[in-house]
Design a protein around this ligand. Structure first.
Ligand SMILES: O=C(CO)COP(=O)(O)O
Length: 251
């Protein structure tokens, strides 16, 4: 069964006091509301243990923003799937466009990371999406197809069912420009079809596909109402509890 999910990617924001404040606000919100979706956050890795301690009883999923493609060893600055699993983290974002842009990540890296995450029982949130140039030249369907195939199609049916996908058109991230609900729906249906063709409808229907890119309180409901959109990966608007709450209530 596809799950509805609203996940907040905090990116590189907030010092420890600010992070703790926002985590407490989310905890308070969760105690007083029963959302119609899963609520997950991906804070900076420095704060993952704090989040896990705080949310142990409260069904708020805690995700890292990235993880290493290596199991362990001399990889300065990296965090392994095993480390994440050992502190009880639920999973990791993988292949966010900012990792691709600033750190040269490719879908082959994503493929290795996704496998390592799954081996440790972590949920990968695999991010993909086209750039503005690719959209303008009409290549977006092909780009997303290639990304999806390289990153995911070496997985078994049982493995791919455990992956969450986040379609995040690069041109809509942090720009205030959102894909229209129809544009997003087109790509979400496309991704689901690709999976259905390779693994069958039953598998495709199990996979939650989130939309990310300037989701705000005033557009969340319409985006989430699209048939193949199962939630959102929220950047800027996840940093203010009032905005994040309104987005959660888009379900
Ligand atoms: O990159 C995103 C989430 O991962 C989206 O960021 P914005 O919501 O700030 O556009």
């Amino acid at each position: 069964m596809r799950k509805n999910i609203v996940a907040g990617n905090w990116k590189m924001n907030k010092n420890v006091t600010e992070a703790q404040d926002l985590m407490f606000q989310l905890l308070e919100y969760k105690r007083n509301h029963t959302p119609n979706c899963k609520v997950w956050i991906a804070p900076p890795s420095l704060y993952l243990m704090m989040a896990k301690d705080l949310y142990e009883q409260n069904e708020i999923g805690v995700f890292s923003q990235d993880m290493s493609e290596h199991e362990s060893g001399a990889y300065t600055g990296e965090t392994s799937a095993d480390m994440l699993e050992s502190i009880g983290v639920n999973g990791s974002l993988i292949g966010h466009s900012e990792r691709r842009l600033y750190h040269g990540e490719t879908d082959s890296h994503c493929n290795r990371k996704i496998k390592l995450a799954l081996d440790k029982g972590l949920t990968p949130i695999y991010c993909n999406g086209e750039t503005l140039d690719q959209r303008k030249s009409g290549q977006h369907l092909e780009v997303v197809k290639n990304q999806t195939e390289v990153a995911l199609f070496t997985l078994s049916a049982d493995e791919i069912k455990k992956v969450v996908i986040a379609y995040e058109p690069v041109w809509a991230i942090g720009t205030g420009e959102t894909a229209s609900p129809e544009q997003a729906q087109e790509i979400h249906a496309h991704i689901r079809n690709l999976i259905a063709n390779k693994y069958g409808n039953e598998v495709a229907d199990e996979i939650s596909i989130l939309y990310g890119g300037s989701v705000k309180p005033d557009n969340a409901k319409e985006i989430f109402s699209q048939p193949d959109i199962d939630g959102g990966l929220i950047g800027g608007a996840a940093l203010k509890m009032a905005d994040f709450a309104q987005i959660i209530e888009g379900f």
